[in-house]
Write a new protein. Sequence first.
Length: 226
Amino acid sequence: MDGIAAKHRVITFDNRGVGASSGTTPTTVEQMARDAVTFIRALGFDQVDLFGFSLGGMIAQVIAQQQPRLVRKMILAGTGPAGGEGIEKVTRITYLDTARGLLTRQDPKQFLFFTRTPNGRAAGRQFLARLEERTNDRDKAISVRSFRAQLKAIHRWGQQEPTDLASIHQPVLVLNGESDNMVPTKNTVDLDRRLRNSQLVLYPDAGHGGVFQFHEDFVERALKFL
């Protein structure tokens, strides 16, 4: 985010019920999208670029479909389309990898976001170290209730009937690691195939957190795309 913010105005926010935001976290992607649109409109913006990672990428797709004039360009990372194969298994995978982290006294993100190769493990440690660099205004930890609501929303997204993504006409940059375990990479490839105006980037020996692992390359591509 710092790399992109060096050239563009970047606004990050906690969705309803998450971190510093009050309220109850919705259990559907569609309601989360409505909340995001309300937030964007409240700030007075008529058009924005959207960057959505994982669940955020699902929310961005809905915003582009329901509010096409609001979106200029999108960057979608580690995500997939509604009804994507294997997305409904995200709850099981998340709980398993969280338990694996607790048993090995490691951050679950090491398992959820990165491959288990030597390179992937090293990239995970570097990523976790970067997360600790910020000492002020840090995000508040998500509550268990909100965490479960997010997982339920992703599960429902995976069970939905596929939607017609051809209605999304905006330029889209689609990225993922080639070995995403949370949102299987085949869904990212399918997302790119079904979008009318998209570019696909798959990072080698990388998982769900491919854009974190290859952050320097990602920032360069994102700035060029925007």
